[in-house]
Design a protein around this ligand. Structure first.
Ligand code: ADE
Length: 250
């Protein structure tokens, strides 16, 4: 998968060299290109923003540098035959970024991110590229960041770990909170490892029983309790058949 990121803070994307994403790059599973938007500014102050039409506070990112930067990234990817691109626009007014969307994005060959600062990018830029490729305007949560770069890191990590061969253990996203399946829509419960006793705290006995059925049931009960406490909205979204008599007694 190819990723392009156009930003006025290329150094903000340094974490893409670390850990899971860094290793995926080193192995050639991810081809990451970070571009400095200011290289496409055309005055001696490298201006990329201007005052908003209609007035109001803050600044708006200009069409020209964005258009030229995106055209340049697109030309390079097309020349290398990467496949069809999608534009990912991080914005607090986007659709919520979910595991489902992460899966959808992980199936595409090429993602181009446009993290903005200030009050956002002149709308005409997004409208222009929307005529040529799918555009996903995504929000990583109901809060406002100073810019979209942190959202790019979030989306990239969620997508990269779904790429074939990126996670060490192919099974390890099977039980993820939000993964499809029997535990669909439930948050993962607690986990434990050795030693069996730490500061007077032991581990739930069932986990030592070797009884796979009982362990699975315990994990599900814990997931349900946790979900009810932290995300009751997720329980409401479950199909009624997802619960049995014992669940309803909890
Ligand atoms: N930019 C600023 N806030 C954001 C958010 N919550 N999600 C995505 N991009 C953003």
């Amino acid at each position: 998968m190819r990723l392009d990121v156009v930003t006025i803070f290329p150094e903000y994307l340094e974490p893409l060299n670390v850990s899971l994403v860094g290793k995926a790059r080193a192995r050639g599973q991810l081809d990451v290109h970070v571009h400095d938007l200011r290289e496409w500014a055309y005055d001696r102050h490298n201006t990329v923003d201007d005052t908003p039409y209609g007035g109001g506070p803050g600044m708006v990112m200009k069409t020209g540098p964005w258009g030229d930067a995106l055209d340049s990234a697109l030309a390079d990817g097309y020349e290398r035959g990467v496949g069809s691109p999608a534009l990912i626009v991080p914005t607090p007014s986007g659709r919520p970024f979910t595991q489902e969307l992460a899966v959808e994005l992980s199936e595409r060959p090429w993602l181009i991110f446009t993290p903005a600062r200030y009050e956002g990018i002149d709308r005409r830029v997004i409208d222009e590229y929307a005529t040529r490729m799918p555009v996903y305007e995504v929000s990583i949560g109901d809060y406002v960041l100073a810019g979209g770069e942190a959202a790019v890191l979030v989306v990239t990590e969620a997508v990269a770990r779904l790429l074939p061969g990126v996670l060490g253990n192919a099974e390890s996203h099977r039980d993820d909170s939000f993964a499809p399946g029997a535990m669909a829509n439930l948050l993962e419960g607690p986990v434990y490892t050795k030693p069996p006793l730490w500061r007077g705290r032991d581990i739930p006995e069932v986990l030592l029983s070797g009884h796979h059925g009982k362990i699975a049931r315990w994990r599900r009960d814990e997931a349900l309790t946790r979900t009810a406490a932290h995300r009751p909205d997720l329980i409401e979204r479950c199909a009624p058949e997802a619960f049995d008599k014992k669940d309803r007694e909890m």
